[in-house]
Design a protein around this ligand. Structure first.
Ligand code: HEC
Ligand code: HEC
Length: 232
């Protein structure tokens, strides 16, 4: 009986290669690969970056993202869905391009990132729309027990790139971390340290090398509480 069921499932899979393709994220070279170069632009990304973005069109195209990242771009504090409102457009474009090319593993979002559902130009429009969205009221934070330690770590190891207030740098594709959800920041920091975030900045991975889980927790709580005037 089990075998018949298995055979049935297999034949359904084989009969629908197109569907299977949409759900299997490709695996491109990442930070674990010898000689990996961070942020070498691909054709798709260049097309998006060169597109004269239209936030109005982006608002309409954003409908496929809303289910997870929410209508106001606030994500979900307790479910790993990052806040996108206010994030730099260049960062949003790079991250989606990395997901769709398989440089950043995100099997949940992958089916919503490919060119069968959203074009490079629409991605640029969505990024412009999200960048201009006002800050949602609140974001997830940690327990607040170790903020002094988190601040010391952040100012020593992170502020040179992410900025004193966590504002990031649009020109260098460095994300704004201020006001992002704690759970997401903790996860990305830990994954970058352990090389699970395959598109991470190699210099940042070096900075995180000696971090314990407690350090990651403290610095993430500190980042979640940073704010950028007029943004988050
Ligand atoms: C099925 C749920 C889902 C849908 C739909 C979805 N996403 Fe995501 N997205 C996620 C998850 C989960 C993550 C975080 C993954 C991780 O932790 O690595 C994410 C991460 C991102 C990031 C990275 C943010 C950062 O700070 O690095 C961007 C940008 C993004 N999504 C944009 C979009 C856009 C634009 C759309 C629509 C075209 C979309 N997403 C649709 C689930 C989704
Ligand atoms: C050399 C510059 C640099 C340094 C130093 C650095 N970062 Fe980063 N960080 C980056 C870049 C660039 C990215 C985006 C990587 C990518 O392209 O996916 C990033 C991404 C992140 C993210 C993911 C944000 C998101 O929206 O997905 C977190 C969290 C983060 N950094 C935390 C830290 C912490 C904590 C430190 C200090 C221990 C630190 N970074 C030090 C450059 C840096």
């Amino acid at each position: 009986m089990k075998h018949t069921l298995l055979a049935l499932c297999l034949s359904t899979l084989i009969a629908q290669p197109a569907v299977a393709e949409f759900h299997n994220q490709p695996h491109a070279a990442g930070i674990e690969t010898y000689g990996y170069q961070w942020n070498t632009p691909d054709q798709d990304m260049n097309r998006a970056l060169a597109h004269p973005a239209d936030a109005k069109k982006g608002e309409a195209a954003y409908k496929i993202c809303k289910g997870c990242h929410k209508a106001d771009g606030s994500g979900l504090a307790d479910a790993d869905y990052p806040q996108l409102a206010g994030q730099h457009a260049s960062v949003i474009i790079k991250q989606i391009m990395d997901i769709r090319a398989g440089r950043r593993d995100n099997p949940r979002m992958y089916p919503f990132s490919g060119d069968w559902i959203v074009s490079a130009e629409e991605i640029a429009d969505i990024a412009a729309y999200l960048n201009a969205l006002p800050t949602p009221g609140s974001n997830g934070k940690g327990n607040g027990y170790n903020l002094a330690h988190g601040k010391a770590l952040y100012e020593k190891d992170c502020a040179t790139c992410h900025g004193k207030s966590g504002e990031g740098d649009a020109g260098k594709f460095i994300p704004m971390v201020a006001g992002q959800h704690f759970i997401y920041l903790k996860r990305e920091t830990r994954e970058s340290r352990d090389q699970g975030r395959r598109n991470a900045s190699p210099e940042m991975v070096k900075a995180l090398k000696s971090y314990t889980d407690a350090d990651v927790e403290a610095v993430s709580d500190y980042m979640a509480r940073l704010s950028v005037a007029g943004k988050r």
